[in-house]
Ligand binder design. Structure first.
Ligand SMILES: Cc1cc2nc3c(=O)[nH]c(=O)nc-3n(C[C@H](O)[C@H](O)[C@H](O)COP(=O)(O)OP(=O)(O)OC[C@H]3O[C@@H](n4cnc5c(N)ncnc54)[C@H](O)[C@@H]3O)c2cc1C
Length: 485
C-alpha cells in the first residue's frame, strides 16, 4: 500500500488529489492537508469584492467531498519536510500543525511514499510597509474574507461619491508582484459598478502597476491577430483603459503606504506620492515558510527549496542573463531532482526565471513582474503529476510518465469588466504557450493562431459559466473529468 500526501487543496492540489483517487486502486491512500476546511474558487473573489457575489458563493466544505471520494482530509498547515525520514523512522514525512478545533496547534509527522506540494503562494503583505488589510492601509481580494471587506468599503465609497470626489487606486503593492490580471479585472469591475451606481463622474480611478507597459501581465505581453490586423496586448489594453477613463501608472514599485498615501518609485528614478481614498493592491507572492531536514535533523532547506520558498523541480535554475533563458528551462514533470518522490505544482514550484523582462530603478528597486501560474496551467500540472505518480505506484514506472511545460501549455484568462446578464462584459485572452518559445515561434514567441484577445458580453457569459462549471468539477460531481482544467 502506498500513501500519497497532497499539501494544499487549491486549484492544483485539489485537482491532483481527485485524479490520484480516481487513478489509484483503493488499497492506496490519498491524503490532503489544508489549513482551512473549505475550498475557494479564487477567480470569483473579484465578484465578491464588488458585492456581486457573497463569501458563501465562492467556497464549499472539503470534508464531505473527500469523504464521498475516499480521500483522507487533514485540516493542518504543513511546515517542514523530512524527505529522508528521521532518526526514529526512515519513512519520509511532512510535519504539519493542526488547525481544526480540538487539535489546534498540535504537531504531527505524516509519513508518505509520495508528496505533492501544492501550497500556492504565501500572501507576502509584509514585503511593503503599510500594505494589506490586516496590518496595513490597503484592501485585497485574494481571499473571500479580504474580498468581503473590500466590497463593504466599496459600498461606503459609493455613498461618499454621491457628494464628493474620491480617488480609487487599484493595482499591485510591490515591484515584484504577479497576478496583474486580477488587479486589471478588479479595476474594470469597480469602474463598472461605479458607473452603474451613477457616481463614476466623481471617481478618479488609477491603475498602479509594476508592468513596464500595459498588457504585459507578467508574460512579456502578447501579439495577436484580430480582424486581419496584427496587434499587441499593449494597444488592446490601452484602448480598454482609454475607453473607460482609467488612468494607468506603469513601471511602478510601491515602497510603502501611509494612511491615504501610496509611495512608489519608478524606473526613471522618481519617488512619487499618490493620495487615495480607496486602494486595493495585491501583495507579492512567496513560497510558504518551509524548512527541510535530512535524516539526522540537519537543515537542507536550500537543497529542496529556492530562496523564494518555492520548491525546486526539474527546471534549469542555472543563473543566466535574461536574454539567455530559453523555453526549455521550464519544468515538465514537476519532480524534485534530489528527492524523486517529492513534486510541486501550481504556484508552489520555483520558476526558473522571469518571463517579463526584469528591470530596476537607478536606486536598485526591482520593477520585475513575476511569472504568473494561473488556474489553467495549475490545474493541468496537478493532473499530470497525479497521472505520473499513479503510474509510478501501479506499474512501477521509474520516472514520471506525464509532462506539461508552461512553454508548451496554453492559458486562457477571462477578465470580467462588469457583472450582469445583459450589461456584463469581459476581456478574454488566450495565449499559447504561456512562456514564449522563440525557437518554435521566432517572430512573436507564441502561436499567432492560438493567441487571441476578445472583448464583449459573450466573454462575461463564459466567465460566469466557468464559475459554475469549475465549482461543479471541484465538487467531483458526475462527469467532472470531462470538464477541462
Ligand atoms: C483575486 C484573484 C483572481 C484570480 N483570477 C484568476 C482568473 O480569472 N483566472 C485564472 O486562471 N487564475 C486566476 N487567479 C490565479 C489562480 O487563483 C491561481 O492560479 C491558482 O489559485 C493557483 O493554484 P494553486 O493550487 O497553486 O494555489 P491556490 O489555489 O492558492 O491553493 C493553495 C492551497 O494551499 C493551501 N495552503 C497554504 N499553505 C499551506 C500549508 N502550509 N500547508 C497546507 N496547505 C497550505 C491554501 O490554503 C490553498 O488551499 C486569480 C488569483 C487571484 C488572487
Amino acid at each position: 500500500m502506498a500513501r500519497v500526501v497532497v499539501l494544499g487543496a487549491g486549484v492544483s492540489g485539489h485537482t491532483a488529489a481527485l485524479y490520484l483517487r480516481k487513478l489509484l486502486p483503493s488499497e492506496h491512500e490519498v491524503v490532503v492537508v489544508n489549513p482551512k476546511p473549505t475550498y475557494n474558487w479564487i477567480p470569483s473573489n473579484i465578484w465578491v469584492g464588488v458585492g456581486k457575489m457573497e463569501h458563501k458563493d465562492v467556497v464549499f466544505e472539503l470534508a464531505p467531498i473527500y469523504k464521498k471520494e475516499g480521500i483522507t482530509f487533514v485540516q493542518a498547515k504543513a511546515f517542514a519536510l523530512w524527505p529522508e525520514g528521521d532518526e526514529d523512522d526512515a519513512r519520509p514525512a511532512v510535519e504539519v500543525e493542526h488547525t481544526s478545533a480540538g487539535r489546534d496547534g498540535e504537531h504531527e509527522k505524516l509519513r508518505y511514499d509520495y508528496v505533492v506540494n501544492a501550497t500556492g503562494p504565501k500572501l507576502n503583505f509584509g514585503a511593503t510597509p503599510g500594505l494589506g488589510p490586516d496590518a496595513g492601509n490597503t484592501l485585497s481580494v485574494c481571499t473571500p474574507d479580504h474580498a468581503t471587506e473590500a466590497a463593504a468599503r466599496l459600498a461606503e465609497l459609493t455613498t461618499l461619491l454621491r457628494t464628493k470626489k474620491q480617488t480609487v487606486v487599484i493595482g499591485v503593492g510591490h515591484g515584484t508582484c504577479t497576478c496583474e490580471g486580477a488587479a486589471f479585472e478588479y479595476t474594470f469591475n469597480v469602474e463598472h459598478e461605479l458607473r452603474e451606481a451613477g457616481v463614476r463622474q466623481n471617481a478618479e480611478i488609477v491603475y498602479l502597476t509594476n508592468e513596464n507597459e500595459l498588457g504585459d501581465f507578467g508574460v512579456g505581453g502578447m501579439q495577436f491577430e484580430q480582424n486581419g490586423y496584427r496587434t499587441t496586448s499593449e494597444l488592446w489594453t490601452e484602448s480598454l483603459f482609454r475607453e473607460r477613463g482609467v488612468k494607468a501608472i506603469t513601471g511602478a514599485a510601491v515602497t510603502s503606504i501611509d494612511p491615504g498615501v501610496i509611495h512608489y518609485d519608478q524606473l526613471d528614478g522618481s519617488h512619487n506620492d499618490l493620495e487615495f481614498d480607496f486602494a486595493m493592491l495585491l501583495p507579492p507572492f512567496k513560497g510558504n515558510d518551509w524548512k527541510a531536514f535530512d535524516r539526522a535533523g540537519e537543515d537542507i532547506t536550500g537543497t529542496v527549496f529556492a530562496p523564494s520558498g518555492f520548491l525546486k523541480v526539474d527546471a534549469d535554475y542555472t543563473p543566466k542573463p535574461y536574454e539567455e533563458w530559453t523555453a526549455k528551462d521550464w519544468p515538465r514533470t514537476y519532480q524534485n531532482p534530489t528527492y524523486r518522490n517529492v513534486f510541486a505544482v501550481g504556484i508552489a514550484f520555483a520558476p526558473p526565471h522571469q518571463i517579463s523582462r526584469p528591470r530596476a530603478t537607478p536606486d536598485g528597486v526591482a520593477v520585475a513582474p513575476s511569472p504568473p501560474r494561473t488556474g489553467m496551467p495549475s490545474g493541468t500540472m496537478g493532473k499530470v503529476v497525479a497521472k505520473s505518480i499513479a503510474d509510478m505506484i501501479v506499474t512501477g514506472a521509474p520516472a514520471p510518465t506525464h509532462s506539461a511545460s508552461m512553454s508548451e501549455m496554453a492559458a486562457a484568462c477571462v477578465a470580467s469588466a462588469g457583472h450582469g446578464f445583459r450589461s456584463g462584459t469581459a476581456a478574454a485572452m488566450t495565449m499559447s504557450p504561456v512562456v514564449p518559445d522563440w525557437e518554435r515561434y521566432p517572430e512573436t514567441g507564441r502561436d499567432l493562431k492560438a493567441t487571441k484577445g476578445e472583448i464583449g458580453l459573450s466573454g462575461h457569459w463564459v466567465k460566469r459559466m466557468l464559475h459554475t462549471l469549475f465549482i461543479y468539477k471541484a465538487k467531483a460531481r458526475p462527469g467532472w473529468t470531462w470538464i477541462p482544467e
